[in-house]
Structures are given as structure tokens and as C-alpha cells.
Design a protein around this ligand. Sequence first.
Ligand code: PEP
Length: 248
Amino acid sequence: MRPLIVANWKCNPSTFADAKKLFTAVDRGAKGKRATAVICPPFVFIPGLSALKKKNIKLGAQDAFFQEGPFTSQISAKMLKQFGCEYAIIGHSERRALGESDEIVNKKIKAVVSAGLCPILCIGESGQEREEGKTKEVLERQLGLGLKDISRFKIQDSKLTIAYEPIWAIGTGNACDTDRAKEANIIIRKTMTRIYGKSAANKVKIIYGGSTNPDNALGFVKEAGMNGLLSGGASLDAKKFIAILSKF
Ligand code: PEP
């Protein structure tokens, strides 16, 4: 599998001029790289960045709403598709912290799949859940509920990616060690196999996110068997993000 390296810019940068600069620099740096680079900027920058028609990177969104109509402030998966988005991050822990439930995550995944975007489903345990030995239970629950009633065929066609993002590792500079990431990877693959069968489960990409940087990036793929990375902080620095891409 070609590694998938996803940049989650979160609520950054503050101007479109800076977003354009970062996007253009990453596109230039991504030329000829083996990994697929996906940039997920804030919604408001998507149309402008999409118009730049870059060749070496793909566009994604940080979320997508499941319905159109009287839903103030929301942006639907279908709207994002029109502006060149190919991917959508769903269920990021920063959204779950604002009250997004597994049931809402499930509706969003379904909407993303039917709009023809590739979903990136984020799952991961909190520090407390890790200490209480609940990592497996949390991952299984988030997968079961997040993907509820989505058929094997849809999963196969959707190019689903699961991002294992332990909450305690996000934005802390305290990345997960590769042994623990490998354990999570195995739990996710086994759970997907149990739900969807081996052939569909093996088509799903499993990536790691949480304080990745150019020094630890390769370990998550080589040692933990991940199919790529989701990068937050490091993706806001073109040099660092390109250095991560260049590892593969
Ligand atoms: C993220 O926001 O998904 C993330 C992994 O952030 P960071 O790389 O900054 O930990």
C-alpha cells in the first residue's frame, strides 16, 4: 500500500495568504514522493486552495455534516466534493470533546461515503482509559458504532482509512511508542476482519496520529506496520511536513 500522509491544519493558519504559501510549498515538496499527501485545511480555505489546482497533493476536509437544510454553520459532504475534496476526517477527538457522539460519527461516515469522499475515521483512547487498560474496549466500541450498518461492499469501495489517534499523544509532543501503536494496529485490523471479513478488512488503511515528526515518522510504518500518518502540528511547517513525506 502507498503510505497515506494526512495533514490536519486544524484552525490554522489565520490568513488565506499563509494558507496558500503553505499549500504551494507542500505541493512543490511532494513532487515525486511515493506517499500520497492529503491536506485538510479549514473549510473556508478549501475553495481558494482547490482553485490552485496543485498536482502533487490532494485536498481533504476536517469534518463533514451528514445532512443539508436547517443546520446553521454546517458544511455537507456533498458541498465539499464540489470543491475538489477527496477525503474527510471524521470523529477527530477534538470534535468528540465538543460532544460528537459515535452515533453522529456514524451518520457522518455514511454521508461521506455516499458523497464519494474517502472517510478517515479517527479513533483512540484517552490517557485515563489507557491507564485503566481499556484501549481495546474503546477501539472496538468506536469501530463498531462508527461503522454501524455500513456494508462490506461500501467499506471496500470507500477507501476507508482508520486513524489511530491516542488522545494523550495529540499535540503533546509525547508520541505513542511503536510497540503500543503496533498493538493498536493489530486490534483494529482484527476488529475490522471480524466485522467485514479478511478481504475487505485488508483493503482498509490504518494510520497513526499523535505528535508525529520527521524523526519518529518512519517507525510507525516500519515498526508498527501503519499505512501512513495523520499529522497536526508538524503539518503547519512546510519543511517538517515535506521531511515526513520524504521518509517514505
Ligand atoms: C491531530 O490533530 O490529529 C494530530 C495528530 O495532531 P499532532 O500531530 O499535533 O499531535
